[in-house]
Design a protein around this ligand. Sequence first.
Ligand code: PRX
Length: 644
Amino acid sequence: MLNAVQRLDTARETNCTPEMYEQLYRRSVEDPDGFWLEQAKRLEWVTPPTKGGDWSYDPVGIEWFADGTLNLCHNAVDRHVEAGRGDATALIFEPDDPATPGRSLTYAELRGEVVRMANALKAIGVKRGDRVTIYMPMIVEGVLAMLACARLGAIHSVVFGGFSPEALAGRIEGCASRFVVTADEGLRGSKRVPLKANVDAALAEPDHDTPIDGMLVVRHTGTEVTMTEGRDHWYHELASDEECPCEPMGAEDPLFILYTSGSTGKPKGVVHTTGGYGVWTATTFSYVFDYRPGEVFWCTADIGWITGHSYIAYGPLLNGATQVVFEGVPNYPDHGRFWDVVDKHQVNFLYTAPTAIRALMREGDAFVTSRNRSSLRLLGTVGEPINPEAWRWYFDVVGEKRCPIVDTWWQTETGGVMITTLPNAHDMKPGSAGKPFFGIRPQLVDNDGAVLEGATEGNLCITHSWPGQARTVYGDHERFEQTYFSTYKGKYFTGDGCKRDEDGYYWITGRVDDVINVSGHRMGTAEVESALVSHAKVSEAAVVGYPHDIKGQGIYCYVTLNAGEEGSDALYAELRGHVRKEIGPIASPDHIQFTDGLPKTRSGKIMRRILRKIAENDYGSLGDTSTLADPSLVDRLIEGRQNR
Ligand code: PRX
């Protein structure tokens, strides 16, 4: 099975043949500046750039197209209207409840709505360079808020609507954001998410100091919310149609901040800039999906994640594409919802996460085969490794063996797709992301940093910069350098393990650091640990990932309690609830094991390797446990695991 090649019987004419890929890839690495200045012409610049990349990984400083100026909202919206494509459909909104009427906006209408949102932001005082926190459901106004920030030159920081008030507060504070855009409530699978109330709770957090100058609240469900006089404003009351020109921005001016988890500490605010990110998302969208005008694209991600930034808000719109914006979830009202949406809107491209595919696969084929999916032309996955069984089901059942699959590997920090097959240019191998995108130079190294050649397995680094690369961590460039460029000096280290086969295909094996990937959501084990130890009864906690059939990885927590406390079912439930409250429901522990100690070396370092093996029920290969301060603990941990 491994390394099996999947070819399509009916390849359609494509924008990139195998020969073109080879030729373009060669050019992109031999003459990156020439190649990317050429690709930069996909965008309309106020001042076209004459410079390509100017970067160093030691010390770390990255610039692309530095002497160019442009506005990405203009490129995503106005430009298409000015070019006479104002009547083309931009967004098709599909609400959570299929019985609720949806909404569809042409590019001309989108322009009108973005102007209204930008004017509302201006009315609360937003100016160029300000950070604006966007905490929204998956509705059109979320996308509008992002584009409106870009129009004004403000920096958006979107926080996933599933994060708790505590997590939101940290992200508002982290970039000293004085403005918030939210909605009264969100809807997900008929459940209501109290977004406005969460923002109020976040702002009431004791460690929240930044004063909020203004908040826009979008009326969505119509529920009653508390509005603070002078601070909170209904969006519809401030929206206006006055002219609102696009602010010309330097290519290296920040476009957005997006918080993401790492091995240690609090989530980092990764910064992406205007020109490079724009060129990268526009180019990758065009090649990876081979999109043609009039086709309907659907990325099921939330705008709270990088996938929603790059392949909802920017990539498709920069290409003038028509796309679905989906508020709901795959299993509501039933497990056929995705396929209902595909049929209703004649979706040609579906881009989703392996966890959703596995969850739907478990429900059987009938939910799929009872719906018409003849409009589908290409399928994509992102966010975590896809197991070959799920890949096959996606290919055979969902795509009826007609649709190529692109398994796209990338990260928040990379801005857009980095490793993938291109439809029809490459054979596919189920479970392998494929080949490097143009300009991407992957390298596998061993733990000592020695470069590994040929078919091998190692730690995945990228040796040369690309336009979509994150430039820094907001307010902490040293942390940026430390996190990504210090493990293997002079290289960008992805944190992923990876195999390369004899055909030069890359197979991502998952994170090799203390980051876990739960249902495609990236999480630092340290964040869950610090949530657990903030509970009054907990003394210490160690959190590891373990293989989970649907989620990819589950969250396994080892917890020691303060003297006098006993582990019980009630405390188990209390701790789960506590983590949900501190971080959000996506961080709910799957297992909590109470233990009288954690395996530590004599110098006090927790031996996570042992905890991972025990969580995986793999006791045969625990390795050397003789360096433990208390070797007998291992047997007690195993016994505790078996009783769980
Ligand atoms: O481990 C890799 C996994 O997701 C991580 C990045 O997570 P995040 O920044 O949240 O971005 C996710 C969406 C781009 C990576 O370090 N990952 C992402 N895509 C794949 C993947 N693992 C295997 N195959 C993929 N296609």
